[in-house]
Design a protein around this ligand. Structure first.
Ligand code: ATP
Ligand code: MG
Length: 418
């Protein structure tokens, strides 16, 4: 029988990598806390309608990337392809935006999209998300962008580019949309099949097409700034002011439209120069129409999602630090079988005092135990002599020095050293 493998597009995050992920998530957790964001845990599956209405019928995600199935109760369920719609649903359902100050929420976990797997693109991937709900003003946008930039600064990422754009609102986007339809209709023969289809369904998405001929056609397309209403223009100017006040470098990209329908006004992305084709490490923006699209109240919002898999790839590539390599501090070693009981008891006493410790539980000999102790700072050795004298030999594995301490004082001795 052939061995069963993980499904295509998924992978196991093994111990050699998982501690690096923990470092990234705990750095994110501290950064979120420092910006006043609280953590929220959400279901990984939702009713399909949440995404078809909240992400948008004409997006790549809804059109071809969702994992949708009918459950045993006959309901259509979808594995979440992104987090924002779920956060907004939870905010509505639990009345999280009742206070004028809004709600600052963050979350992390797996997302699911049926895509062509390649480097930096998986079918189960992970995102760190932050959403600032209930505040419509441009300072909230600047706050969210600042949060993502600060997260990457703390992680030590270099060579990043912040790009921003406005996608307007329901008042001014139709004007821009028409300009694009006029422009691209005249260049229809340069567009790919998908973009010809987009021309009637979602012409903004043509700007985002990776096809070379479409890109060339899009080069001369009008930007949105000539079409923005006064409110959207002023909002964009204020977001830029906010970023400049904080001394951030960014550029404006008329091509940046984002794949999600509910976005309004600000759209932004953070790109890495070290990722090749899958170069976006985070994307976000404002989504003032999302809440109503999913049947909720009038709750504006702005947020971002950062691709954890891609951040880990870039950090690895750039030789960034992932903090301390995990491992236990003390290894307790039995020189003979008679000492194994005392060693097990000492190991447990150390752990109860908050000192990380391990001992052999597989019946290995002295030499193998000492090898296992190799990455620890201390070895606590017990043999026949130590048992007779009621002592423990504590060996400092960094410099090879060894002292004998009373068995009852081994824990406090190590507490003083670690
Ligand atoms: P892309 O253009 O790369 O497909 P996207 O616009 O679909 O990205 P978003 O929906 O904005 O991506 O998601 C935010 C972030 O999540 C991306 O910037 C990226 O880092 C990460 N991401 C998205 N899809 C995947 C995937 N299939 N595998 C790994 N990371 C992903
Ligand atoms: Mg995508």
């Amino acid at each position: 029988m052939p061995a069963i493998t993980a499904p295509r597009g998924t992978r196991d995050i093994l111990p050699a990598e998982s501690w690096k992920w923990s470092y990234i998530v705990s750095t994110a957790s501290r950064t979120m806390r420092d910006f006043g964001f609280s953590e929220i845990h959400l279901p990984v599956f939702e009713y399909t309608e949440l995404f078809s209405r909240g992400v948008g019928e004409t997006t790549d995600i809804v059109e071809k990337e969702m994992y949708t199935f009918t459950d045993r109760g006959g309901r259509s369920i979808t594995l979440r392809p992104e987090a924002t719609a779920g956060v907004m649903r939870a905010a509505n359902e639990n009345n999280l935006c009742a206070q004028g100050a809004g709600a600052k929420l963050w979350s992390w976990g797996p997302m699911f999209r049926y895509e062509r797997p390649q480097k930096g693109r998986y079918r189960q991937f992970y995102q760190i998300d932050a959403e600032y709900l209930g505040v419509a003003g441009p300072m909230a946008d600047a706050e969210v962008i600042a949060l993502s930039i600060e997260l990457f600064r703390r992680l030590g990422l270099r060579n990043l580019e912040v790009i921003i754009n406005s996608v307007g609102c329901e008042k001014c986007r139709p004007v821009y949309r028409q300009k694009l339809v006029d422009y691209f209709t005249a260049r229809k023969d340069e567009l790919c099949e998908t973009c010809i289809d987009r021309l009637s369904r979602n012409p903004l998405r043509i700007l985002d097409c990776k096809n070379e001929s479409c890109r060339n056609a899009a080069d001369g397309a009008p930007d949105i700034f000539g079409s923005l209403c006064d409110e959207c223009r002023e909002h964009f100017a204020q977001v830029r002011n906010g970023l400049e006040r904080l001394n951030f470098t960014y550029s404006i990209s008329k091509r940046l439209v984002r794949g999600l329908d509910y976005y309004t006004k600000t759209a932004y992305e953070i790109l890495s120069g070290d990722l090749g084709a899958q170069n976006a490490v985070a994307g976000g923006g404002r989504y003032d129409n999302l809440s109503r699209a999913i049947g909720g109240g009038k709750i504006p919002g702005v947020g971002f999602a950062c691709g954890l898999d891609r951040v880990a790839l870039v950090m690895e590539e750039q030789g960034c630090s992932f903090g301390e390599v995990p491992g236990v501090s003390v290894y307790c070693v039995a020189m003979d079988d008679e000492s194994r009981g005392a060693v097990q008891a000492l190991t447990h006493n150390l752990r109860m005092s908050g000192i990380s410790a391990e001992c052999d539980t597989a019946g290995r000999g002295f030499k193998a135990q000492m090898r296992a102790a190799g990455n620890c700072r201390f070895a606590c050795i017990i043999g026949a002599d130590e048992r007779v004298n009621g002592t423990v030999s504590v060996k400092n594995l960094a410099d090879g020095s060894q002292v004998s301490v009373k068995a009852g004082e081994a824990v406090s001795y190590l507490e003083g050293k670690l």
